[in-house]
Write a new protein. Structure first.
Length: 64
């Protein structure tokens, strides 16, 4: 039983230490992205029409 406990502890430690950490790239601004998304959403609705927008991101949009 001691070997099992040691193995379980080692496995748990390995899993916890290998967790991913997400950090946005340096210099990125979420407020800028949100403003760009809002502007592109308005542009997409005007250009494509309601219900005809396929995709919108901070840089562009695509109609169906």
């Amino acid at each position: 039983m001691n070997r099992f406990a040691a193995f379980a502890t080692a496995l748990t430690a390995a899993l916890l230490l290998s967790a991913c950490v997400f950090a946005p790239p340096a210099g990125s601004s979420n407020a800028f992205d949100a403003d760009a998304m809002a502007k592109n959403t308005e542009r997409a609705m005007a250009a494509c029409g309601a219900g005809n927008v396929k995709e919108v991101n901070a840089k562009s949009f695509v109609c169906k």
